[in-house]
Design a binder for this molecule. Structure first.
Ligand SMILES: CC(C)(COP(=O)(O)OP(=O)(O)OC[C@H]1O[C@@H](n2cnc3c(N)ncnc32)[C@H](O)[C@@H]1OP(=O)(O)O)[C@@H](O)C(=O)NCCC(=O)NCCS
Length: 164
């Protein structure tokens, strides 16, 4: 678990911990309230840890509510970020940055050397977030998304093994 608060910000910040099946309802609700996020059923989240390679981390606000989450899938040395969202009233306070940094730390320690993702081309906040964490754009998939139809931007970040 990790607790954090921003310098100069007296508001208590969320605690980060691994996703657990009882988080499924809140995660599905937060995703549903974020149209740019991938939309999975609550049951998909509840069964997440039964499927090989899937992992997630959640940010929990001091009042116990879900502030944000990140979901990934790792296959040997590659990890895909499948979903990430932060509660709308808590955005721009560093929560996604903390979730992403936490996931990247865990990937590195698990031997992951390449992290990749797809994001809607119009999703300026998410693309800016990933670029700030040194993800680079590697291509696009035209008309990849539906409702509305839109291209996907492909991004990746290479990780280096921790020094022993
Ligand atoms: C994208 C999202 C997860 C960012 O969460 P957040 O907690 O607000 O992000 P942070 O506060 O950690 O911001 C980190 C950096 O991301 C970038 N960023 C975040 N929101 C931004 C915005 N609205 N406009 C421009 N840049 C933005 C900035 O570089 C920011 O650093 P700064 O605050 O020092 O400028 C959030 O907007 C969200 O939940 N969106 C809906 C779901 C979604 O788009 N998920 C991504 C699917 S791939």
């Amino acid at each position: 678990m990790r607790s954090f608060r921003r310098m100069g910000n007296i508001r208590l910040m969320p605690t980060l911990r691994p996703f657990a099946p009882p988080d499924a309802t809140a995660v599905a609700q937060l995703a549903a309230a974020s149209p740019q996020a991938a939309q999975w059923s609550e049951a998909s989240y509840a069964q997440l840890r039964e499927s090989g390679g899937y992992a997630g981390w959640v940010a929990v606000a001091p009042d116990g509510s879900l502030a944000g989450f990140i979901i990934s899938r790792t296959i040997t040395t590659e990890a895909e970020i499948l979903n990430l969202a932060v509660a709308s009233q808590l955005r721009r306070s560093g929560i996604a940055a903390e979730l992403l940094a936490f996931a990247l730390e865990n990937f590195t320690l698990a031997g992951v050397r390449r992290v990749y993702l797809e994001v809607r081309a119009s999703n300026v906040p998410a693309i800016a977030l990933y670029e700030k964490h040194a993800f680079v754009i590697t291509g696009t998939r035209p008309n990849y998304y539906q409702y509305p139809t839109e291209s996907a931007v492909l991004m990746e970040k290479l990780l280096t093994a921790p020094k022993s």
